[in-house]
Ligand binder design. Structure first.
Ligand SMILES: NS(=O)(=O)/N=C1/NCCS1
Ligand SMILES: [Zn+2]
Length: 266
């Protein structure tokens, strides 16, 4: 991160002091934690990786809520209506929710990095394996029970699809607030480029379980400054509490340890 050592150390300390991280700076004994810095030159092209197939049904979208760490869009996952398959996956996975991570300023905010490049924000689309688990909660504890697609956001053109989401954010300004949000197709948040990296990792927020096959899209989507600033107007705090802006809700980088990142592209 482009900052002086002092700023970085206080930044990391401040980041570590967020309530979410007070007790979970790192999982003891974790060997496949997330996020990581993806070193492009160390990733290994795997010709067996298939194109990712995404079929989201917009009518499965239910509501948006502020969970005190991010804003989250929840989906009806009671049937195979919004699913992904292909890519590195052996079967289909159901979409459960998506959320974002972002910074206080455009110089940082994403959880993953590419050759130490950090983006202002990162989208996570969270899916679970209905073949090996009977619920999302169970899949969280299963090895490869989850697939999270990560999409980087970069500062650029206005994103019309995202704006429908941004317009609803004032209704979930405070922690534990919720607003109905129906008929939204998250495919509009996917870059058109099919290229991705994939590696075995963990959730980046509690319970930090090592149950995630990560699929990180190579190409970011563009959003404009106003849209990023709307994210930063959300609050970590509940109504009536002293306001704390919801910013820097990302986990620090974790060690790669004995893992290889595969790429779907040469
Ligand atoms: N950011 S993340 O998607 O890796 N973390 C999660 N924790 C609970 C469900 S998703
Ligand atoms: Zn996330």
């Amino acid at each position: 991160r482009p900052c002086s050592l002092a700023a970085c150390s206080s930044f990391r300390l401040r980041d570590a002091l967020h309530p979410l991280w007070q007790s979970e700076l790192s999982v003891s004994g974790g060997t496949r934690q997330s996020p990581i810095n993806i070193q492009w030159r160390d990733s290994v092209y795997d010709p067996h990786l298939k194109p990712l197939k995404i079929h989201y049904d917009p009518t499965t979208c239910l509501y948006i809520w502020n969970n005190g760490y991010s804003f989250q869009v929840e989906f009806d996952d009671s049937a195979d209506k919004s699913v992904i398959m292909g890519g590195p996956l052996e079967n289909h996975y159901r979409l459960k929710q998506f959320h974002f991570h972002w910074g206080a300023i455009n110089e940082w905010g994403s959880e993953h990095m590419v050759d130490s490049k950090v983006y202002p924000a990162e989208l996570h689309l969270v899916h679970w394996n209905p073949v090996t688990s009977t619920s999302f909660e169970e899949a969280i504890m299963e090895n490869n029970g989850l697939v999270v697609i990560g999409v980087f956001l970069k500062l650029g053109a206005h994103h019309a699809g995202l704006q429908k989401l941004v317009d609803a954010l004032p209704a979930v300004k405070h922690k534990d607030t919720i607003v109905e949000f129906d008929v939204f197709d998250p495919s509009c948040l996917m870059p058109s480029c099919p290229d991705y990296w994939t590696y075995d990792g963990s959730l980046t927020t509690p319970p930090l379980t090592e149950s995630v096959t990560w699929i990180i899209k190579k190409t970011p989507i563009e959003v404009d400054q106003n849209q990023l600033e709307e994210f930063r107007m959300l609050l970590f705090t509940s109504a009536g509490e002293e306001e704390k802006r919801m910013v820097d809700n990302f986990r620090p980088l974790q060690p790669l340890m004995n893992r290889t990142v595969r790429s779907s592209f040469r």
